[in-house]
Design a protein around this ligand. Structure first.
Ligand code: AMP
Ligand code: MG
Length: 508
């Protein structure tokens, strides 16, 4: 099938295109169109055969009912029975808009459309193109999201094209959608009404109109024994091809944990993505980093989430790590989609953060012109399985001095260089729980301990790796002693690497 793609300007809707699209739907065909939530795959809701085509094009399980989209309130009475007063009030307040309500279905709605249920889901979208199309199609358009079942929902016409090109008659390209997450689904057949799927219209907003609303307990959290009341919510959904993991904690912990996870994954040759925010993006350096929006305005996150998941697919990413979002307002809907996309894979950030004892290693020598900088540079060349900032500092540094020429000569003969390095004095910024301070000898260690009582993680290099002999001091000796010193430090750095990497092995 050749899929026609027609651009439609929201502000100047070409009614000829709309009439053609409407005609396709009247004839039993399929037309994808923009709504304020996501792109929908439109068909005649009163035509059983059209429903079958919809399921086939999406690869959607046929027990997952379709939402019937209407453009005028009067249409509701034709397809739903026993509409309660509270629904009338909700419609008055939120229609047209991202609220779907479930009612007992009228005779004329085929079971094909409702997935075999005696209830029907109804929504009146606010998007102008959607509204015109519904009217041109006869007033009742069934429309699930216009994606292949299981993939992230489409928020741009390009996404629809990716999934459904060749399988449907037409795509109306109205640009990017406004909200980016599917509608709130509210079951009106029970009292009080129950939210079956969270969306942009939150529990709080609904409660202002109808008093209490319930929330289907299967909406969040791992797959429970209970079946969700919205059949569609039981399927793995919105999922990118990559393995997606949600990291949960406070923002600082999340960033640290994701940095660690990504460092490890990248080292293991995995193409790794990060879902970051305006507020955190500059804390990441490794991996494929994408900004999903601002924590200050979570609507931006709702709008970008599915597109970001699709972008990762386009880039062939193996693993994705995402920050998590507050469960308030639209945050509930964001976390619901993210959780499903991740197949409920959520890990506590603290657990990951705890796996890394130290984040920075500082080698301390007398003047920071020889052994310390050598140790730091040699360690930087080692294969460390966690990310460390590696520095050196001196006990007595009056002004920045270059590296000792003999030390530099030895480094060069081993393929390294400290040519640009200038000595830096030790200061209190090197004293913290997660900074490992390693001195060349006992005297240096004692000097620091005397000055900074709280210097908790301080050892001589040899002590830390379990060796008796302190690092050889070559000061004032001929070049070959510097060579021996290099060998000596190099062996100690091997042992240090082993010890640091054992912290990862010990993970649990
Ligand atoms: P989608 O069409 O992809 O936006 O998905 C529609 C959602 O509404 C799915 O989760 C459906 O299971 C749910 N839904 C539609 N009709 C009903 C209904 N009659 N009862 C319960 N859930 C419904
Ligand atoms: Mg869907």
């Amino acid at each position: 099938m050749n899929t026609m793609i027609e651009k439609v300007n929201k502000n100047r809707i070409d009614m000829q295109v709309i009439q053609r699209a409407g005609e396709i739907i009247r004839q039993g065909g399929l037309v994808a169109f923009p709504t304020e939530t996501v792109y929908g795959l439109g068909a005649n809701a009163l035509d059983e055969e059209a429903a079958k085509k919809t399921y086939a094009a999406k690869g959607r399980p046929s027990d997952n009912p379709l939402i019937v989209h209407i453009a005028e309130y009067e249409a509701l009475k034709e397809i739903a029975v026993d509409v309660p007063e509270s629904a009338v009030a909700l419609a008055r307040r939120f229609w047209p808009g991202p609220l779907t309500m479930i009612f007992k279905k009228a005779e004329k709605v085929p079971y094909g459309t409702t997935g075999g249920l005696d209830t029907v889901a109804v929504r009146m979208p606010s998007d102008g193109i959607a509204r015109e199309l519904i009217l041109a199609s006869g007033g009742y358009v069934s429309a699930p999201s216009a994606n292949t079942s299981g993939r992230p929902s489409p928020t741009k016409a390009e996404h629809v094209e990716e999934d459904l090109s060749g399988k449907i008659d037409m795509i109306l390209d109205g640009g990017s959608v406004e909200i980016g997450l599917e509608s709130t689904v509210l079951d009106m057949t029970v009292e009080p009404p129950v939210i079956l799927r969270p969306g942009a219209i939150t529990a709080g907003m609904l409660e202002k109109v109808v008093g209490m609303v319930g929330i289907d307990e299967t909406i969040l959290g791992p797959e429970s024994e209970k079946a969700p009341k919205a059949p569609g919510m039981k399927y793995r959904h919105y999922a990118p091809n990559a393995k997606l993991t949600i990291v949960e904690g406070n923002i600082r912990e999340e960033v640290l944990a994701i940095r660690q996870l990504v460092y490890d994954a990248v080292n293991n040759g995995k193409k790794t993505g990060i879902i970051a925010t305006d507020e955190t993006i500059h804390y990441y350096s490794k991996g494929i980093i994408k900004n999903v929006g601002s924590r200050e305005d979570e609507r931006t996150i709702a709008k970008n989430l599915f597109a970001v998941l699709r972008e990762f697919d386009g880039e062939g990413v193996d693993e994705i790590y995402s920050e998590s979002f507050a469960m308030r307002g639209i945050g509930n809907a964001i976390m619901n989609r993210l959780d499903k996309a991740a197949g409920h894979l959520r890990i506590p950030a603290v657990e990951i953060v705890r796996r890394q004892r130290y984040r920075r290693i500082v080698f301390v020598s007398q003047s920071d012109t020889c052994r310390g900088p050598m140790a730091a540079e040699i360690l930087r060349q080692r294969h460390l399985r966690q990310e460390y900032v590696i520095d050196s500092r001196g006990i007595i540094v009056l002004f920045p001095e270059p590296i000792n020429p003999k030390a530099e000569a030895v480094m060069r003969s081993n393929g390294m260089s400290l040519g640009e390095y200038k000595s830096i004095p030790f200061s209190e910024t090197e004293v913290a729980d997660d900074i490992l301070v390693l001195t060349m000898d006992e005297a240096q260690k004692n000097k620091i301990l005397a000055e900074y009582e709280e210097a908790v993680s301080i050892y001589t290099v040899n002590e830390f790796v379990g060796e008796d002999e302190e690092v050889l001091n070559p000061y004032g000796k001929p070049l070959n002693v510097y060579g021996l010193c290099y060998e000596n430090i190099s062996k100690l750095m091997d042992k240090l690497t082993e010890k640091l990497n054992s912290y990862v092995e010990g993970e649990g």
